[in-house]
Design a protein around this ligand. Structure first.
Ligand SMILES: COc1cc(C(=O)NC2CCN(C)CC2)ccc1Nc1cc2c(cn1)c(C)nn2-c1cc(Cl)cc(CCC(N)=O)c1
Length: 295
């Protein structure tokens, strides 16, 4: 008999933080893992947040509570233009509430679904912004470990913001290698599959998967079966279409190097010839639906 998953209780129309400040529940924005996301409106400051709400009932009897604490501990002190802003955290007997920067243009998932392969200038724009965010994290000894299209959010000016620190970890000392990762990253690196110890290089691998997916239109290792996808990752089996050009092929090959030690450090990604080619400083929101015409 399958054990019934406890139903999360309905969230009240108004929730209060530990200072008694009211937040009015707005639209349901989506869900992920144990969390549901709603607009939470602070009338006093006239700001709407992305409220990530996690039911405590769903966290009972597992180490999920520690994982939420770890996510908050890592995310709360971050401040960077390409990292989702952490605006607060509070709880009541039912739920944990995390106030996050609302990104009205959602994530790269929707952009990718709508557009498929992007133009090279758009790909360089997105990849460089994400790389800047990763560089900020790595400089603070933080590995994100779950970089994927769904965790790159877009604000109303189409600026990319790395979010969801649910699988992130802090590296304690210089050459430490993490041995475990509780969760299944979408763009999982070979060394994680091989349980060979992993560190900052897993984020560089994921950036390579994001770059490839945005430029080619499909993920590098995607197949119909997870087992076959994992086999291809471990054997580094993927194709680079000749149409993307040599400079793009070179940066993809090095980001997706099987050996983590062969991948570039995140701070060196921008030095590739590919990224010296035209890259817009801004993207119009029309890019959400149509390829832009760069003059
Ligand atoms: C206005 O801002 C948004 C709107 C929407 C949206 O329109 N969602 C619709 C809601 C109705 N259903 C039917 C279709 C999707 C979705 C996301 C928005 N913004 C938005 C959502 C955000 C964030 C910032 N900003 C952050 C940070 N974390 N999350 C977050 C958190 C969770 Cl737990 C789940 C999801 C959904 C899955 C995903 N990765 O997008 C998102």
């Amino acid at each position: 008999m399958a054990t019934k998953k406890p139903l999360a209780k309905e969230i009240p129309d108004v929730v209060y933080d530990d200072k008694g400040k009211p937040y009015k529940k707005g639209r349901f924005l989506g869900k992920g893992g144990f969390a549901r996301c709603y607009e939470l409106y602070d009338r006093q400051r006239n700001i709407t947040f992305a409220g990530k709400i996690i039911s405590k009932h769903l966290l009972k009897g597992s180490n999920q509570k520690e994982k939420v604490t770890q996510e908050v501990t890592i995310h709360r002190d971050l401040c960077h233009p390409h990292v989702v802003r952490f605006d607060g955290y509070f709880e009541d007997p039912e739920n944990i509430y995390i106030l996050l920067e609302l990104c009205p243009r959602r994530s790269l998932v929707e952009l990718h679904k709508r557009r498929g392969a992007l133009t090279p200038p758009e790909v360089r724009y997105m990849t460089l912004q994400i790389a800047e965010g990763i560089e900020y994290l790595h400089a603070r000894a933080i590995i994100h470990r779950d970089l994927k299209l769904a965790n790159v959010f877009l604000n109303d000016r189409m600026i990319a913001k790395i979010g969801d620190f649910g699988l992130a970890t802090m590296m304690e000392k210089g050459n430490e290698r993490k041995k475990t990762l509780c969760g299944t990253p979408n763009y999982i690196a070979p060394e994680v599959l091989e349980k060979a110890g992993h560190a900052f290089e897993v984020d560089v691998w994921a950036l390579g998967c994001i770059l490839y997916t945005l430029l080619v239109g499909t993920p590098p290792f995607e197949t119909k079966s997870l087992q076959e996808t994992y086999r291809r990752i471990k054997s580094n089996q993927y194709r680079i279409p000749s149409t993307i050009g040599n400079t793009a092929a070179k940066v993809i090959r090095e980001l997706l190097a099987a050996n983590p030690a062969s991948r570039p450090k995140i701070g060196d990604v921008r030095k590739y010839a590919y990224f010296t080619e035209y890259t817009p400083t801004h993207l119009p929101t029309s890019c959400l639906t149509l390829p832009p015409k760069f003059s």
